[in-house]
Each structure stands twice: as structure tokens, then as C-alpha cells.
Design a protein around this ligand. Structure first.
Ligand SMILES: [Ca+2]
Length: 193
């Protein structure tokens, strides 16, 4: 996973302590997943600037449903954009598709943030997309500004023949916001070359 801009905070932000919905030790229940996020980072989006902040590089090939998650807080960006870049090179835009615009001041189901609480959103279904090994998902500033958050994204493989599903994903290990050396060097090559 690749940092394009330095986040506003050096250390990842941890979720509020406790076992309620989206808190750090939320064990989940029959209707919701446990907290899969653990921590998050954020960037300050300026109104009118369409900056790219971050990219997740799952190194997967085939059809995948993309599940998004973020840290929920009352002032977080209302229109954070998630963009699939098929060739993994942010410099080429014609292969980019916006797969979701997310209100990060609400949970994935649309419930409002809880004042003074840092909570994990749960997973938002961003649709089924064709991935190549070099494809990445970019976090891009929206139009409205505000802190824009990166946390785990999950990729659920969807075989051609499988029926449409909308429920809980069949989980793969999440691709987190923590940078890895391989992705970073690959990104740098694509940025420079
Ligand atoms: Ca591209």
C-alpha cells in the first residue's frame, strides 16, 4: 500500500476503546463484522483540489468485489473518492474508474458519526471490478474538503459463474493502509518512469 502524500499524523490513529459498534475491540455480532480496521490515517483535503492521497495495491488478477472501510468521525470528508486505476500508474488517467464516493462522517450503512468517537465504518460494497496484478485503488480528495481517511480495503473474488451476492463478504486478509516496501518501490517506478 502506497502513500502518495504524507498523512497529517505520523502515527496511525487508533479507534476509541470499547466493544460497541466500530470501537477498537468490537467483537461484532450476528448483524455486523468485528472491527477489521485497527487504525487509520488521514489527509487534509482542500476544497477544489483533487489530490491523490494514497493507493492500495492488492496484486490480484480476476473479478473481485471491492469492500471499502474508513474511520468515522463527525468532520471527515463528505465525498472522498475511490478510483480504480487498472495499470497502477496514476499518471495515466484514461484507465481510471471512480468506483465510489464515500461520506466518511457516516458508517457504511449511512448511520451518523458519534460525537467524540473514532469508530470503524464497517464494509461498503463498491461493486465487482476486473483487476490486473498491477491494478490499484486510489484515495482521492472530493470537492467538499475535510479530513480524508484510509483504512482497510478487502477484495472478494467473484467467479464468472457465481450469483450476485450482497451480504457479508467471504473474507480475504484485508489490504491495510500500512506501507510495504515492494509496493512503494513499484509506485515510485511508475511515478518516475
Ligand atoms: Ca493509470
Amino acid at each position: 500500500m502506497t502513500q502518495i502524500e504524507q498523512p497529517k499524523t505520523g502515527q496511525p490513529i487508533v479507534y476509541s476503546p470499547g466493544k460497541e459498534r466500530g470501537q477498537a475491540d468490537d467483537p461484532g455480532d450476528a448483524t455486523r463484522l468485528p472491527n477489521l480496521g485497527e487504525s487509520y490515517r488521514y489527509w487534509a483535503a482542500e476544497q477544489g483540489k483533487r489530490d491523490d492521497f494514497f493507493a492500495w495495491s492488492p496484486k490480484l488478477s480476476g473479478r473481485f468485489r471491492v469492500w471499502l472501510s474508513w474511520g468515522v468521525w463527525t468532520t471527515h470528508a463528505r465525498d472522498a473518492r475511490y478510483v480504480l486505476d487498472r495499470d497502477g500508474d496514476p499518471g495515466t488517467k484514461e484507465d481510471q474508474t471512480e468506483i465510489a464516493t464515500v461520506n466518511q462522517s457516516t458508517f457504511a450503512d449511512g448511520a451518523a458519526a458519534i460525537a467524540q468517537q473514532k469508530r470503524w465504518s464497517g464494509l461498503l460494497n463498491a461493486g465487482v471490478h476486473e483487476l490486473k496484478p498491477e491494478s490499484c485503488v486510489i484515495l482521492r480528495a472530493g470537492e467538499k474538503g475535510g479530513p480524508t481517511v484510509a483504512d482497510a480495503i478487502l477484495f472478494e473474488e467473484v467467479p464468472e459463474s457465481s450469483p450476485e451476492t450482497t451480504g457479508t463478504p467471504h473474507l480475504r486478509p484485508p489490504v491495510t493502509h500500512r506501507a510495504t516496501r515492494n509496493c512503494l518501490s513499484r509506485w515510485r517506478r511508475s511515478m518516475c518512469g
